[in-house]
Ligand binder design. Structure first.
Ligand SMILES: CC[C@@H](C(=O)O)C(=O)SCCNC(=O)CCNC(=O)[C@H](O)C(C)(C)COP(=O)(O)OP(=O)(O)OC[C@H]1O[C@@H](n2cnc3c(N)ncnc32)[C@H](O)[C@@H]1OP(=O)(O)O
Length: 250
């Protein structure tokens, strides 16, 4: 769902029964939100969040994407979302992930692509991809190494466990924690940005993201997608996803 209010474009993933997992429809809607923020001068900040209190985003929809069995099929999906997250990373306006609940797998990649991460107290976050015998496949690792200390980022990816928002704040992944009234607190926090001229916001963002528009960075970002697509067709990945889905279907 896309809403515009007081200079903020809110993009809400509305699939609470699937813990706001990302399918192709969510990808298409996120592209529409990016288009709006890029073109509309009244849109000053983009905030991405999830519906409900359980989850921000549980990553890629495993029920839908488990049907992609070859590396070519996986690559097409990863490439599509990778391009969307690259566009989000380099958007010419400030962006915030409002982590209203669990952020898992690709949900953490989505959050990493944003400039700032605000989280509900106690929310759990995890780059769990390694437990599914894959890596981040949407450019998440390339972005994480840019935005966090090297050792902290590598540990998050290799450990592949969930941590609390409070631990994530200590290691520099989360910037603010709100105990309640998330949307109001977020809006209030962002007033110091939304009261600035759009041209100023745009100019600072362009200065900030220039380093990610280089051919060298783009190659690193998209090489991650190739590596994940290769791992996708392994038996280990297939078994790990089947085991997740089997537990849910009992
Ligand atoms: C594909 C890209 C890749 C990347 O590049 O990073 C990925 O994102 S891989 C996907 C990584 N994500 C996961 O592994 C998350 C899997 N989900 C979970 O671990 C848990 O569901 C949760 C997110 C921690 C939430 O736990 P909980 O609150 O206890 O809810 P349930 O587990 O009971 O789930 C409720 C409901 O939602 C469905 N669900 C959850 N996550 C997904 C998902 N990623 N894809 C599809 N469906 C998902 C789950 O199956 C339940 O459905 P029902 O059984 O029908 O109620």
């Amino acid at each position: 769902m896309i809403e515009k209010q007081h200079g903020i474009v809110w993009f809400t993933i509305c699939r609470p029964t699937r813990r706001n997992a990302i399918d192709y429809a969510v990808m298409d809607e996120l592209e529409q939100a990016l288009q709006l923020v890029e073109c509309d001068d009244e849109a000053k900040v983009l905030v991405i969040t999830g519906e409900g209190e359980e989850a921000f985003c549980a990553g890629g929809d495993l029920q839908v994407f488990h049907q992609l069995t070859t590396k070519e099929e996986a690559h097409a999906m990863l490439w599509k979302m990778g391009n969307i997250l690259y566009r989000l990373l380099t958007l010419p306006k400030p962006t915030v992930a409002l982590i209203n609940g669990k952020a898992i797998g690709g949900g953490c990649e989505l959050a990493t692509a944003c400039d700032f991460r605000f989280a509900r107290a106690g929310a759990r976050l995890g780059f769990v991809q390694a437990n599914l015998a894959i890596t981040t496949g949407w450019g998440g690792a390339a972005m994480l190494f840019e935005k966090m200390a090297y050792d902290k980022a590598l540990d998050l990816l290799l450990h592949a466990q969930t941590i609390t928002a409070e631990e994530a704040e200590r290691i520099g992944f989360v910037h603010r924690i709100f105990a309640d009234s998330l949307r109001e607190r977020c809006e209030k926090q962002l007033r110091c940005y939304t009261n600035k001229p759009t041209a100023v916001l745009r100019a600072y963002k362009e200065a900030a993201v220039g380093r990610w528009k280089t051919e060298e960075f783009r190659q690193r970002f998209f090489a991650e997608i190739e590596r994940c697509a290769y791992l996708w067709e392994s038996e280990e990945h297939d078994r790990a996803v089947q085991s997740f889905l089997a537990k849910r279907n009992k």
